[in-house]
Design a protein around this ligand. Structure first.
Ligand SMILES: Cc1ncc(COP(=O)(O)O)c(C=O)c1O
Length: 390
């Protein structure tokens, strides 16, 4: 049996008629960038996320870059970012010549540690970028409190967390000052190419985000401020409009797949006690701990963009699964403080132990909505074979 990490074809098949029609509609309109399709999409995202403004952009990376540009981040400013995330979260800070200040993560949720934020804050800290990694919210209440007390802007990197709800039921990306989303095809809501979204409830920020999306001009060829080309195209908007009404159903399916993994790992005698911060038993698998599960007000407590297990012999397990034709991936093998391009920041191994531990032990296994029970059983069977054969 083959189990891919992600298979997008069944989703396309299930919506083929509507998707093909939407793509043709754009071709027939010959209106390719921004325009009515994007305006409708933005309105639909405001309704879905319950926010005042949503602005379609060219990618999740550009959403983050635009957000930082909208608040005029530049040389002399410090921006606090978790050292464990996809590269874009950190790259955008350095691209604007601001100082990248890294923080360690909470070992249970993989999200930025609030104590670390407090330790790393200085009078120059202008923004914090919490990431809702793998589809689970960062500790937004505490982060917002620290930020408000210190006049710091919060830009949420919700690239992996569209529809995720925080403990009060609010969607992530609408809690801080600006939210950033990605529609990279592997996300829970993926486009047919690159795309992203920024959200805000602040009218002034929305204005800046809108004009900086198009080279800083309200009117063509008249530039108030320096912006960029961060426009989303109509084709992405049309595809996303077809898919958005199905998003919660897909995330629900991911959650039920997660539940089935918990059951299977438990039955196989492999499940480590949930909530542990480290995997110190080579015969066990540490499963993710969804933190707001059981809170009746919160339906989308975790949207499982990835299902991350932790094991001691991670690299060998990776090879074993790959040889068994089971898709898997290491998100992420190297934390930011150990990336070659950030050598000038002079961090060293040991500076962020929790993130380093996550980099060395974590592995994503298939979780996509159309995954079958038989495929999940096979994944756990193979992991058991690996662990018990050792
Ligand atoms: C946490 C995080 N931030 C930012 C991005 C960047 O999004 P994009 O690939 O759309 O530029 C991604 C996407 O991979 C991501 O996972």
């Amino acid at each position: 049996m083959k189990v891919p990490l992600l298979d997008l074809k069944p989703q396309y098949q299930s919506l083929k008629k509507e998707l093909d029609e939407a793509i043709l509609r754009v071709a027939e309109s010959q209106y390719f960038i921004l325009g009515p399709e994007v305006e409708k999409m933005e309105k639909e995202f405001c309704d879905y996320l319950h926010c005042k403004h949503s602005i379609g952009v060219s990618s999740g990376t550009d959403a983050l870059l635009l957000a930082l540009m909208a608040i005029n981040i530049g040389p002399g400013d410090e921006v606090i970012v978790p050292t464990y995330s996809f590269f874009a979260t950190a790259g955008v800070v350095s691209r604007l010549n601001a100082k990248l200040v890294l923080a360690d993560i909470d070992p249970v949720t993989f999200n930025i540690s609030v104590d670390e934020i407090k330790r790393k804050m200085t009078s120059k800290t202008k923004a914090i970028i919490p990431v809702h990694l793998y589809g689970q919210s960062a500790a937004m209440e505490k982060i917002m409190r620290v930020a408000r007390e210190n006049n710091i802007v919060v830009i949420e990197d919700a690239a992996q967390a569209i529809g995720t709800q925080y403990k009060d039921g609010k969607c992530v990306g609408t809690i801080g000052d600006i939210g950033c989303f990605s529609f990279f095809p592997s996300k829970n809501l993926g486009g047919y190419g690159d795309g992203g979204l920024v959200t805000t409830n602040d009218d002034d920020l929305a204005y800046m985000l809108r004009i900086k999306r198009v080279h800083g001009g309200e009117q063509k060829y008249y530039h108030k401020v320096i912006g960029g080309n961060f426009r989303i195209d109509a084709l992405q908007a049309a595809v996303l409009r077809v898919k958005l009404p199905h998003l919660d159903k897909w995330s629900e399916k991911r959650r039920s797949n997660a539940e089935y993994y918990y059951e299977l790992f438990k039955k196989a005698g492999l499940a480590e006690e949930p909530g542990k911060t480290k995997i110190d038993d080579k015969n066990k698998v540490l499963l993710p701990k969804p933190i707001y599960k059981g809170n009746a007000a919160v339906k989308n407590y975790h949207i499982y963009n990835q299902f991350i297990i932790r094991v001691q012999n991670r690299d060998e397990l990776k090879k074993f699964l790959t040889d068994s034709e089971i898709g898997n991936e290491i998100y992420y093998p190297v934390p930011f403080h150990m990336q070659e391009c950030f050598a000038n920041l002079n961090y060293k191994v040991g500076d962020f132990p929790e993130a380093e531990n996550a980099c060395n032990t974590s592995l994503a296994i298939p979780i996509y909505p159309e995954l079958t029970k038989q495929q999940q059983e096979y994944v756990v069977l193979k992991i058991k074979e690996f662990i018990q054969g050792k």
